[in-house]
Design a binder for this molecule. Structure first.
Ligand SMILES: [Zn+2]
Length: 278
């Protein structure tokens, strides 16, 4: 499979040149057939790989060929291939801006940039587990069927698609988005795209054949930006909105609408929590 190997090396060069993989970080893989996965080796810079550096493993992670040893993190890739038959390539790396959200465990805001809504949608943060362990591979299972990129708490990102190029794009889009969010943060609260305009974006998304829980999920059609399909997992992953206020809070702060007693109670709780940490 000379083209598959060349494709992986090309994506490796892009990851390294974008600063997504320091030293020997990161790994890339591609499905060769139902039983075999082509993947990158351990202890090798992803920016300087040759096709014959790559390894072939079976679906249990046993190495079939290649003179270098396969990465221990390939088990994460295998879990994604098991869960998603449509996925043919997986990219794992440590892009700095998205990884900033991973270490702060800050939920990725939604309804800020149209392209992000179309190509990514809601981006989950999987709970922290030791890299290479089975628990690490399992940490993505709650999300993997409903997205194309996952932030790994205190670690990095993993993205997946039909081709290595697409798998890389999803990480690239996420990191560029996280960079914009971090640049915007000192300027003041985020201004969100109104809900009706977000519904328009979801209509396009549906027409173009992209999946999104906010179109198909159990609460589809409700408040798009407050949807947060993955909020149920925030607690176990210690994810929250700490740096970026959610849409409702920003809207209240920007208007003179009177607050409901539930709003006041929620804000009071936050103020008390904040005071306790000082
Ligand atoms: Zn890693």
């Amino acid at each position: 499979m000379p083209n598959a190997a060349e494709d992986i090396c090309e994506i490796g060069r892009r990851l390294y040149s974008r600063g997504f993989t320091a030293a020997n970080d990161g790994n890339i893989s591609m499905r060769l057939d139902q039983e075999r996965i082509l993947c990158t080796p351990t202890m090798t810079s992803k920016g300087f790989m040759n096709p014959d550096d790559l390894c072939v493993v079976d679906m249990d992670g046993e190495q079939i060929s290649g003179h270098k040893r396969r990465s221990s993190e390939v088990k994460l890739h295998l879990e994604i291939y098991r869960q998603r038959e449509d996925v043919n390539s997986v990219v794992h790396c440590h892009p700095p801006h998205a990884t900033a959200f991973a270490v702060a465990r800050e939920a990725i805001p939604q309804c800020v940039l149209p392209e992000v809504e179309i190509f990514l949608g809601e981006v989950p943060i999987a709970k922290y587990e030791t890299p290479g362990s089975q628990a690490f591979s399992n940490s993505v299972v709650p999300y993997v069927k409903h997205c194309n990129v996952i932030v790994l708490a205190n670690h990095g990102t993993v993205s997946f698609g039909t081709t290595p190029e697409l798998a890389f794009w999803y990480t690239d889009i996420l990191d560029a988005y996280c960079k914009v969010l971090l640049l915007a943060q000192p300027l003041g609260p985020l201004q969100y795209i109104p809900d009706d305009k977000c519904k328009e974006l979801l209509t396009y998304k549906q027409e173009w054949g992209y999946s999104d829980l906010r179109i198909y999920g159990p609460d589809a059609g409700c408040n798009v930006c407050g949807h947060q399909s993955f909020r149920g997992h925030w607690k176990e992953a210690n994810v929250d909105r700490r740096a970026f206020a959610d849409r409702q809070e920003t809207a209240s702060a920007n208007s003179n609408v009177s607050l409901s007693s539930a709003d006041i109670e929620r804000i009071a709780e936050k103020v008390v929590a904040k005071l306790k940490t000082q």
